[in-house]
Write a protein that binds this ligand. Structure first.
Ligand code: MTE
Ligand code: MO
Length: 548
């Protein structure tokens, strides 16, 4: 009957999970931008981690439980010892549900019934949560451990205590030390702003990284004895891309076949995370998610084959009105077996510019960026550009790895808003860094930054103000010559110098851009604020200190 209760909770959760507060497990990870996969991963994270215990409401309960927990600690020494076999009897269908963590045995029954989403802990019911925590290590905070202790009922027999889990991220690639790490596992890092505008095409090593899970190990060679069972192992030679039609027919291609069969195209295209500049929006009013500053964006030249050529070859009529969306699936699979996924509208998918890429800046796509294949959807938000691509599916429906829009208040019905696809106009200053001290005697300050807009809308103007937006001067722009203003998927770099305003000890450098549709950026976050801090594109302001 508890099973029923949990199932009911589960249903409730399913309905409510689009409301961020329930999806939040209080960790960076689950509050991530997940433009699209947010909920799914939050859901699973909520599941997996006893950070599962970390749902916000739970945090509140935790405080109430504090006194109880102190008592528990005292009791700890006298607690009974249980063998794994005993714990196993308290699986998801039992009256009382137990889990273990290290040598602790916990009865989480009450937690499950009290907290929407708490039933996710059922994944570990009657067993150890350790393997889940290995994958979502960011949940294993002192706070969460403390909460868990409140549910302690005993000790696990030493012989049954799980050995330390292999680090699920131990096969992640080496990264360049200049990347600014916002979260280590899974790896999320910004490009260093001080180097970003030195290159029109961002060197692969400095390209920002946004991963939801461990990097699939696509380079494992025969005879390599790493036995990390948490990481999906695939070899580039063995990798297959499957295309599934509406009537269930599939074809599949190896990377070599794909390269040989279809004409190749190269396109300069930006990838920008919808959470870029979230930290900025957070200053205006608190938001949730990984606190990206202004460089969760990079620009590369991608080479691959047109998506529509592959679809046509699979017998799919790209003008069939029944086909509304094209879904993509990655090789990165979470503990419930669900791969990272996203979809784009068919109208976009059959365009000239969408490719299944195998090269990034002229070399094989590095592991962090989707080796061996990723889809590039120029002009759209980063989340749609699925890495480690293994499957393409055409469908009447949008991917249910739901993709929220932004704006609106707390009671937002996520289901009613379409996903973010094309990005609005964006620009940010990369140098100087905020709070740079300049000498008044120097007279001027050198400025550099990037601007970009979604949907191929080229940037037509970038302007700088040092008087709070009263007056503006325009910047010199560097653009991709091969792209016209109607099809500009690469970014625009800008440079200029401004005079240090007389008589001030500090001032703001403000930047804003205008795109081909004459869209420009809002002055503040006021009208675009949203709880998850997505697509923040207000005027970018960098405070500067003047030394006399
Ligand atoms: N398979 C897979 N594809 C993915 C992701 C992921 O975690 N797994 N992250 C997405 C998000 S949210 C972004 S912003 C971009 C980041 O691409 P990059 O890491 O190459 O910069 O990849 C997208 N594609
Ligand atoms: Mo993203």
């Amino acid at each position: 009957m508890l099973g029923q209760r949990a199932a009911a909770v589960g249903r409730f959760w399913k309905h409510k999970r689009h409301f961020n507060s329930l999806a939040c497990t209080g960790s960076e990870y689950s509050r991530e931008d997940h433009e699209q996969s947010y909920y799914k991963y939050a859901y699973i994270a909520g599941a997996a981690a006893v950070g599962m215990l970390g749902v916000q409401q739970f945090m509140r309960t935790a405080k109430l439980d504090h006194a109880k927990e102190e008592k528990n600690l005292k009791k700890l020494a006298n607690l009974p010892m249980y063998a794994q076999e005993e714990v196993k009897k308290h699986g998801k269908d039992a009256d009382r549900i137990w889990v273990t963590y290290k040598d602790g045995v916990y009865d989480v029954t009450d937690f499950i019934s009290m907290h929407p989403g708490g039933d996710k802990i059922l994944l570990a019911a009657g067993a150890a949560v350790d393997p889940f925590w290995a994958l979502y290590s960011q949940h294993k905070t002192a706070e969460v451990l403390e909460i868990l202790e409140g549910y302690r009922i005993g000790r696990l027999d030493v012989k049954d205590v799980p050995k330390a889990e292999p680090d699920a991220f131990s096969n992640d690639p080496e990264r360049h030390p200049a990347l600014l790490v916002r979260n280590a596992k899974p790896f999320n890092a910004e490009s260093p702003p001080s180097l970003l505008t030195d290159h029109f095409y961002t060197p692969n090593e400095l390209f920002f990284v946004r991963n939801h899970l461990p990097v699939p190990d696509v380079f494992r060679k025969k005879g390599d004895n790493r036995n990390n069972t948490n990481v999906l192992q695939i070899k580039t030679e063995d990798h297959r891309l499957t295309i599934e039609t509406m009537n269930g027919k599939t074809i599949d291609l190896s990377v070599d076949e794909l390269k040989k069969k279809y004409k190749s195209y190269t396109i300069g295209s930006v990838i920008q995370c919808a959470g870029n500049r979230r930290a900025d929006m957070n200053q205006y009013k608190k938001v949730q998610g990984l606190m990206w500053e202004g460089t969760a964006i990079s620009n590369a030249e991608w080479t691959g084959v047109r998506l529509r050529d592959i679809l046509a070859d699979a017998g799919i009529d790209v003008f069939d009105e029944k086909i509304k969306h094209v879904h993509f699936e990655g090789c990165d699979v979470d503990p419930t077996g669900t791969p990272y996924g996203a979809s784009i509208p068919m109208e976009k998918a059959r365009g000239n510019e969408v490719i299944v890429a195998y090269h990034m800046n002229g070399v094989d796509i590095p592991r962090d960026h989707g080796a061996p294949l990723r889809v590039i959807v120029p002009g759209n938000v980063g989340a749609r550009q699925v890495k480690w691509l293994r499957k393409i599916i055409v469908s009447e429906k949008e991917s249910d790895t739901f993709s929220p829009a932004v704006n609106i208040g707390d009671e937002l019905k996520w289901d009613t808003v379409p996903s973010i696809q094309e990005y609005p106009v964006q620009c940010a200053i990369c140098t100087p860094a905020p709070n740079t001290k300049v000498d008044r005697d120097d007279g001027t300050v050198d400025i550099s930054g990037y601007a970009w807009s979604g949907g191929g809308r080229g940037i037509i103007r970038i302007e700088i103000s040092v008087d709070g937006g009263e007056t503006w001067s325009s910047c010199e722009m560097e653009q991709e010559e091969k792209q016209d203003k109607e099809h500009m998927y690469a970014w625009t770099l800008f440079r200029t110098e401004v005079k240090i305003p007389p008589g001030v000890k500090e001032f703001n450098i403000i930047a804003k851009a205008v795109d081909r549709s004459y869209n420009t950026q809002p002055e503040t976050a006021s009208g675009i604020w949203n709880v998850r801090g997505l697509i923040h594109n207000a005027w970018h302001r960098v405070p500067i200190i003047v030394k006399d």
